[in-house]
Design a protein around this ligand. Structure first.
Ligand SMILES: NC(=O)c1ccc[n+]([C@@H]2O[C@H](COP(=O)([O-])OP(=O)(O)OC[C@H]3O[C@@H](n4cnc5c(N)ncnc54)[C@H](O)[C@@H]3O)[C@@H](O)[C@H]2O)c1
Length: 455
């Protein structure tokens, strides 16, 4: 059952009876009185907004990161995350509510510690928990009785119990008896104007009811609706279900796009009509491939864990295969477009609109634009790109600087490719000036010209 802090009659999760002065009561009281100090480890896309929310709610926050540049920037009140305005961060820093550090010893003074470090994949597509392990080692060093530790990094079911708990207990303190331990997945959707931390329900699962209870109380300070679940494993699995659901449905619709192209049917029109069904259908859209830090990665955390228990997750593998083939398909489409004008890919000037993995953000991690650019360069194309949010890209040896859209069109190009549907692009000018356009996002919806090729 969800807890709604706007509804005071909402039931709290079941907690065993404890004495009034127990660590549980003490921590709950400190949180509710806004006297609790919160340590946030990792000041990235997840950690910085979280730290700011806690500080804005009246708690004192001491975030820690290994990255000196980020810590310096936060201390000066300068935000590097678009969803966190400078003014908001600066106000909290000035008020002494938020003081970033590279020194993990500040964790000793924290009542609650939230871990928000990366969980990437290794080249072999196995989980890379090295960041989590490094962060937990630091927490273990400064752990004291009465603290709450929450892992927020997306990971496979079992991580909190099998990896984090034993590391924290090594010093002699016991989870559930001496300190509280929970998992609570982050659901931030960068640049989403409607759903933000405060109005996005938050799932919380502790190693025992008391851990769930204190973790729920902590997040109730910043989130309207808390969804307590019965274990850390359930909470870990919830996040992977959410992202696997997206990856599989995007895989399905990408395959449908390839099928529709073969049958000369506009897949976008099909989806727009299908979504008028008021029940039992949810639209997903095809695109140039998955990107970002979550959808291309998280499902493989699940399939890896499933394999460890002798279970083969076929949907995840199949969707991964279809989604990974999309950049290559886009390059084929570019080849078809150029071919229609009697041009080869080799020597053609191809200009990419967008390097970010999705519209209106500056994050290019795992972006399909990088794969498309690499494939085009391998085939001899002269590649350039525009992206108001990504002035330059540096990804595993692939380096490029953005040029202006107007400048590229002025200088002359053979084909433009809409890879990211940023609002800031001038699509009218593009349609007027580019000789050929491959639109992988249906950004030119409703414009039907012979020089526009859709996915
Ligand atoms: N970005 C998203 O939209 C999003 C959404 C939901 C969940 N997540 C998950 O949240 C977690 C964090 O993602 P992110 O996007 O914020 O990552 P990020 O790369 O933006 O930030 C991670 C931060 O952690 C720091 N860091 C790494 N190791 C550290 C250590 N040992 N000690 C202290 N700091 C350390 C890095 O310097 C970096 O600043 C990941 O598990 C990710 O899958 C991300």
């Amino acid at each position: 059952m969800a807890i709604d802090r706007t509804n005071s009659s909402a039931p709290a999760p079941a907690v065993p009876e404890r004495s009034a002065d127990s660590a549980h009561t003490v921590l709950l009281n400190r949180i509710r009185a806004k006297q609790a100090r919160v340590g946030v480890i990792g000041l990235g896309y997840v950690g910085l907004p979280l730290a700011v929310e806690f500080a804005d709610a009246g708690l004192t926050v001491t975030p820690v990161d290994l990255d000196v540049t980020k810590v310096d920037s936060v201390r000066r009140g300068i935000s590097y995350i678009p969803d966190v305005p400078h003014s908001r961060l600066a106000r909290l820093v000035e008020a002494g509510r938020l003081d970033a550090s590279t020194d993990f010893s500040v964790l000793a003074g924290a009542d609650a510690i939230s871990i928000c470090v990366p969980t990437p994949l290794r080249k072999t597509k196995d989980p890379d928990l090295s960041y989590v392990v490094a962060a937990v080692e630091q927490v273990a060093k400064y752990l004291r009785a009465g603290q709450l530790v929450v892992l927020e990094s997306t990971t496979y079911p079992g991580t909190t119990e099998e990896v984090v708990r034993p590391m924290l207990e090594r010093g002699g303190l016991v989870a559930g008896r001496d300190f509280f331990l929970a998992f609570s997945p982050e659901r931030v959707d960068p640049a989403n104007p409607e759903w933000h931390t405060g109005n996005t329900p938050k799932v919380v699962g502790g190693i025992d009811p008391a851990s769930t209870d204190v973790a729920a109380a902590l997040y109730q300070q910043i989130v309207a609706t808390i969804v307590p679940v019965s274990s850390t494993g359930v909470a870990e699995m919830v996040k992977l279900l959410e992202n696997t659901f997206r990856a599989v449905n995007i895989g399905l619709v990408n395959e449908l796009a390839l099928m529709c192209q073969q049958m000369n049917i506009n897949v976008w029109e099909v989806i727009d009509a299908a979504r008028t069904k008021p029940f039992g259908f949810m639209p997903f859209y095809p695109g140039p491939g998955l990107g970002g830090h979550c959808i291309p990665i998280d499902p493989f955390y699940l399939s890896w864990k499933a394999r460890q228990s002798g279970f083969e997750s076929r949907f995840i593998e199949l969707a991964g295969h279809v989604n990974a083939s999309m950049p290559r398909h886009v390059v084929e489409r570019i080849g078809e477009a150029l071919n229609s004008a009697g041009k080869p890919i080799r020597g053609s000037r191809v200009h990419l609109y967008g390097m970010a993995y999705k519209g209106n953000v500056g994050d290019y991690r795992e972006s399909p634009a990088i794969d498309i650019a690499r494939l085009l360069v391998q085939r001899g194309a002269i590649v350039s790109y525009s992206d108001p949010h990504v002035p330059e890209v540096d990804d595993h040896g692939f380096e490029m600087r953005a040029t202006s859209e107007a400048g590229a069109l002025e200088a002359g190009i053979d084909c433009a490719v809409i890879v990211t549907d940023h609002r800031a692009f001038d699509y009218d000018r593009l349609v007027q000036r580019a000789p050929l356009i491959v639109d992988t996002r249906n950004a030119l919806k409703g414009r039907n010209h012979d020089h526009i090729f859709r996915l």
